[in-house]
Design a protein around this ligand. Structure first.
Ligand code: PRP
Ligand code: ZN
Length: 304
């Protein structure tokens, strides 16, 4: 192969994202915030990159790891749960990993959990011995059961796992929990978390050695900037000078605040760019410590 001319079609980066479902919109919005724009094909399965040679392929989330492993797509945005399950499944017939998680993306948060009927008196995992557990995640469940030394029957279902106990197909389930509404609606309760998940950027296990390496570097740089901005907030408040030693350590991952004097020397107005989570709880702590007029503002852009 001539190393100077890349194989046809591989001088562009191709990212697989979910066509519809809970990761679809946020995934596109995140990529758009990295300055990517596309022209959509008529069938809406392919988006041709206009601002950069980075195209999108809209697919079923469960297909994304395989598309990356087969080299059909270069990157993908998919739940860690799907990636982890298919990674384990692939280990059976290949030696090393076929894809890897490159970045957690901070949306689509959920957990893979075991849930049992509300009526169960739950004490410990060993109660699952001898039961039937319905799931779409047989690899992750089997691995966990094995680690716990529990012999249970894994019942593979591709969907509607939560109704399996009512239908008598299983005694418990192992499924994704986000808000918990699905479990509650089916008189089930989560009792054990197997995996904390969120949307991640996934890529192949080996680095690219053509023009895609540069495109990926550019994308990751912009992505890191976009993710940092999303988490960042500008916090403004007032306080008297002597309280600063107590207040400043309470600012989550803050940059050096801008301090302005008001009402002479004792009263201060502060502006701090916080990169950590500014929760309600944290704001209440600041207020208790003497901060007044607390205001949190979103950050639209950052250029250090
Ligand atoms: C998951 C899971 C549950 C539901 C839980 O399915 O299988 O049905 O979400 O969410 P809740 O705790 O907020 O009620 P999802 O919609 O992600 O679709 P999929 O697993 O079929 O891809
Ligand atoms: Zn799915």
């Amino acid at each position: 192969m001539n190393p100077v001319t890349p194989a046809p079609g591989r001088d562009r980066l191709r990212i697989a994202i979910q066509k519809s479902g809970r990761l679809a919109e946020p995934a596109r919005a995140l990529l758009a915030s990295c300055g990517l724009s596309w022209r959509e094909s008529r069938d809406r399965l392919f988006c041709y990159g206009e601002s950069l040679p980075i195209d999108l392929l809209l697919v079923r989330d469960d297909d994304i790891p395989g598309l990356i492993a087969d080299g059909v797509c270069d990157l993908g945005i998919v739940g860690r749960n799907v990636l982890a399950e298919q990674d384990l499944a692939g280990r059976a017939d290949t030696d090393g990993p076929r894809f890897r998680e490159l970045r957690p993306l901070g949306f689509g948060g959920c957990r893979l959990a075991i849930a049992v009927p509300d009526a169960w008196q739950w004490r410990e995992p060993s109660q699952l011995a001898g039961t039937r557990i319905a799931t779409s995640y047989p690899q992750l469940l089997s691995q966990w059961l094995q680690g716990q030394g529990i012999a249970a029957q894994v019942v593979l279902l591709s969907g509607s796992v939560e109704i399996a106990p009512r239908l008598g197909q299983a005694d418990a389930i192992c499924d994704l929990v986000s808000s918990g509404a699905t479990l509650a609606a089916n008189q089930l309760k989560p009792v054990q978390t197997l995996l904390d998940s969120e949307a991640v950027l996934a890529g192949p296990a080996v680095d690219f050695d053509d023009v895609r390496a540069e495109l990926m570097e550019l994308l990751l740089r912009r992505l890191d900037g976009a993710l940092r901005i999303r988490r960042s907030k500008l916090l403004m408040f007032q306080a008297s000078r002597e309280l600063l030693p107590t207040l400043l350590p309470l600012l989550p991952d803050a940059e050096e605040p801008t301090v302005m004097r008001i009402d002479g020397a004792e009263r201060l107005a502060l502006q701090a760019l916080c990169h950590g989570a500014l929760t309600w709880q944290r704001l209440e702590e600041l207020k208790r410590a003497g901060a007044r007029g607390l205001m949190v503002l979103p950050v639209e852009g950052l250029l250090a």
